[in-house]
Design a protein around this ligand. Structure first.
Ligand code: ADP
Ligand code: ZN
Length: 763
């Protein structure tokens, strides 16, 4: 049996249960310390993946892990998610009926769970403490650990009980603590009050690279919001307002405009709040208009924008609220709409608040918030410095201040293409379809409407769809275009558009516009699907609908079934077999068992109905994994497992004859046929007028792909052990370092051959 390290095992579990291939920054360090029995403190921003840091060790430990969290509203979702992926878990908090409570206590005593979530108040209840003392507890994980400190912004007295409870346990479990916000004072409180024993400390920093920070000082905020929502119709977002009144007003206006919107503030009944929150979390509505009462305990991962209709009271609140965007790691925009009148409103709120003693502190924080709105420095840097970090960059390139001093780019030509395309489509369609036409998407809708015969069809295929959409939205903001129509926003030209089309008016933008590189833009439309930011929108929508159906059927929030990023990857790679599905990030064995077949079925149907050429897509996937310098110069294990997959292999062999790859397939096949006729490598090379190495590579490829082939007589098996040792020393990612530590007489051919054997066996 192969012996593997604990961390290696942890990685296998990450794939098996969560469907992820690698740990994120920080996760690996903290998990290996926990697995080595060390108390640990993780300070990681929202969305960094703190939960996995204690969940994976919890599966590995013999006993039970108790997770203490104040976020009662989150527990059910967290526990549902864990059970979904094969990690038996439960929770105890005040929301349980007495019947459920008793049942859960009994199940716990029967040792039915690996992870138990509890609210800190449980630690004050004797019956629960009695139960705890009978259990084999391996770890206590304290989530939102800043709640233990009076310096923190949400102090919970019951947190101070935790240390006592631990002291009274028969054996002391490992104690771990996690939080997203911790100043030096808070951190010291956590360590001291929890009695952490010489803990491993990890701070991954506060930066959230996938968030764009934008400040806008504009007169008409509602107008901005209407336009913004129109260009982001299918995306989930939160709009924070300072007062209940503003929430109600904005909510009714959006409702009047027929948007899918919910609201949340402390003035609503609890019943209504719960319903509205659920509607938003379950994707039944896409927009949430709320006061800062909303969001604590929401871990909806696919929030694509957080707009602050008003400036909030301090940077802590702002960063916490804005940070609710993009937890899945995908891009999100954090937009703060600032007006000087917000300062007055905030001052009033400070005056009205009870704790008179802290007013001066509150004013100070408010001033820093105003500075954020006025600074012309990098906004990200401003925030990070506020939290005590010393960022190494001056400009992040991803905030409104960094992008505003970027040289202006002339986009007149692109604008003309967009405007004339809309004109040619008789100003009758929305953002999605116009983008598809400009991009040259090959969809049945476009074919049936004959848009593929327009001269503007595919005329902007050198941009990703996102970029095209950005440009169109920019033309809307700049009033060249407007949206008309109520139910479906339809793009229509304003008079200034004609100045661009016919009077040589120039259009500029203060932004870099990224082109897809020239090589790729020559490829066909579906080749461009490969772009990381690009995916098949149609399929994505279909997958989302399926997810929605399943969400209703099992009464689970959609993001618990699969995250948006996971669906996007499916809509990019078109997995059609179990193996391929399991390679998608976010699809583990358990989720596959639960939903895999449903998704496969839909994808297969889509692929066949739309005549999508899978062989090309899968081939590109392989190419993306295998460096093209030399067929074998880089061969990662994952590239190899792609190749080993029967489905892909079958597709590989029927690759369309137009492509270079196909030519290469043919040439390999010819060498193989000659090999079958009994010719030696030299003879094949002579016969074909090719160099020996080329033939060797052809035959190695055949061997790799499990063709009927035996290369024994060409291989120097006496080097085998030496070569395998070299793999262990320098890894198998690159050939050159392997060759360099071996004696010169060991040929690349031998190395490549054994590399294939090695990778085949280590699967
Ligand atoms: P936090 O508690 O730090 O705010 P979560 O634990 O909720 O963050 O994780 C945020 C998101 O990141 C979740 O959707 C989670 O599944 C995902 N995630 C966590 N770790 C990884 C990983 N190693 N690879 C990919 N996604 C991950
Ligand atoms: Zn910046």
């Amino acid at each position: 049996m192969k012996i593997i390290s604990k961390l290696e095992y942890a990685k296998q579990l990450l794939k098996k249960h969560f469907g992820y291939d690698t740990f994120r920054k920080g996760q690996e360090a903290i998990i290996s310390n926990i697995l080595n029995g060390k108390d640990s403190l993780g300070i990681m921003p929202t969305g960094a993946g703190k939960s996995i840091c204690y969940q994976i060790p919890a599966i590995i430990f013999d006993g039970i892990t108790i997770v203490i969290s104040p976020l009662i509203s989150l527990m059910k979702d967290q526990v549902d998610s864990l059970n979904q992926i094969g990690i038996p878990s439960t929770y105890i908090n005040s929301s349980l009926s007495s019947k459920d409570y008793l049942q859960t206590m009994e199940n716990i005593s029967l040792n039915m769970y690996k992870i138990i979530y509890i609210a800190p108040e449980r630690l004050l209840i004797d019956s629960f403490l009695n139960l705890l003392s009978t259990l084999n507890i391996s770890m206590i994980a304290v989530d939102e650990a800043h709640c233990i400190s009076r310096w923190g912004h949400d102090f919970r007295p019951s947190y101070t009980e935790i240390a006592n409870v631990i002291l009274n346990l028969k054996t002391r479990p490992i104690v771990t603590a996690f939080t997203a916000t911790a100043t030096e004072n808070v951190k010291n409180d956590i360590i001291n009050l929890l009695h952490l024993d010489n803990p491993f400390e990890l701070t991954t920093g506060f930066d959230r690279a996938n968030l764009s920070f934008i400040v806008k000082n504009i007169e008409n905020r509602s107008e901005f919001i209407y336009e913004y929502i129109k260009s982001n119709l299918d995306k989930s977002g939160i709009i924070y307002c300072l007062t209940r009144k503003t929430v109600d007003k904005l909510y009714s206006n959006l409702k009047l405009l027929n948007y899918s919107v919910s609201r949340y503030h402390a003035g609503l009944s609890e019943k209504e709040r719960t319903k509205n929150q659920n509607d938003f979390v379950y994707d039944k509505t896409t927009i949430m208009v709320a006061t800062n009462a909303f969001g604590m305990g929401i871990d909806k991962s696919n929030i694509r924008y957080v707009i602050h209709y008003n400036m909030p009271k301090d940077i802590e609140s702002y960063y916490q609220e804005a940070g609710r965007g993009g937890r899945d790691g995908d891009k999100a925009e954090c937009i703060l709409l600032f007006k000087r009148s917000d300062i007055v409103t905030n001052k009033l709120l400070i005056e009205q608040s009870q704790s008179a003693s802290n007013h001066s502190k509150d004013y100070e924080k408010l001033n820093e918030m105003v500075d954020y709105c006025n600074t012309d420095k990098c906004l990200r840097k401003y925030i990070l410095e506020y939290f005590g970090e010393k960022p190494e960059f001056d400009k992040c390139g991803n905030c409104s201040n960094c992008t505003s001093d970027i040289e202006v780019t002339d986009i007149t030509e692109d604008s003309k293409k967009i405007l004339s395309c809309i004109k040619r489509m008789h100003e009758g369609y929305g953002l999605g379809l116009v983008t598809d036409v400009l991009k040259g998407s090959n969809t049945s809708k476009i074919r049936s409407m004959k848009f593929d015969t327009l001269s503007t069809y595919g005329i902007m295929n050198y941009y990703s769809k996102d970029t095209i959409k950005d440009l169109i939205s920019y033309l809307v903001t700049e009033n060249y275009l407007k949206y008309v129509g109520n139910q479906y926003p339809i793009l229509s030209l304003n008079s200034s558009a004609y100045d661009v089309l016919f009077k040589n008016k120039t259009v500029t933008i203060k932004r870099k516009i990224e082109r897809i590189d020239a090589k790729q833009s020559n490829l066909s439309e579906d080749a461009i699907h490969k772009q990381d930011t690009d995916f098949d929108n149609k399929l994505f929508d279909i997958l989302r609908n399926l997810r929605m159906e399943l969400s209703r059927k099992y009464n689970l929030p959609p993001f618990i079934i699969f995250a948006d990023v996971t669906l996007k990857q499916m809509a990019r790679l078109y997995p059609t077999s179990e193996n391929e599905m399991l390679m998608i990030n976010g699809v583990g064995e358990y989720k596959f068992k639960e939903y895999g077949e449903d998704f496969l079925e839909v994808i297969k149907k889509y692929v066949s109905e739309n005549n999508i050429d899978l062989s090309e897509i899968k081939q590109r996937q392989i190419n993306a994994n295998t460096n093209t310098k030399n067929d074998y110069s880089v061969m990662s294990s994952s590239a190899f497992s792609d190749l080993n997959n029967n489905n892909i292999k079958a597709n590989l062999n029927k690759t369309s004859s137009k492509t270079n790859k196909a030519k290469k397939e043919d040439t390999k096949q010819i060498s193989y046929n000659l090999y079958l006729q009994g010719l030696s490598i030299e003879e094949i090379a002579n016969e074909r007028n090719l160099v020996k190495q080329t033939i060797e590579n052809h035959l190695l490829e055949c061997y790799k792909e499990d063709f009927e082939i035996n290369l024994d007589k060409y291989i120097h098996s006496e080097y085998k052990e030496m070569i395998f040792d070299a793999f262990k020393k320098v890894g198998t990612d690159k050939l050159k370092p392997i060759k360099e530590i071996l004696p010169p007489e060991v040929s690349y051919f031998d190395i490549k051959y054994y590399l294939i054997c090695y990778l085949k066996n280590s699967m």
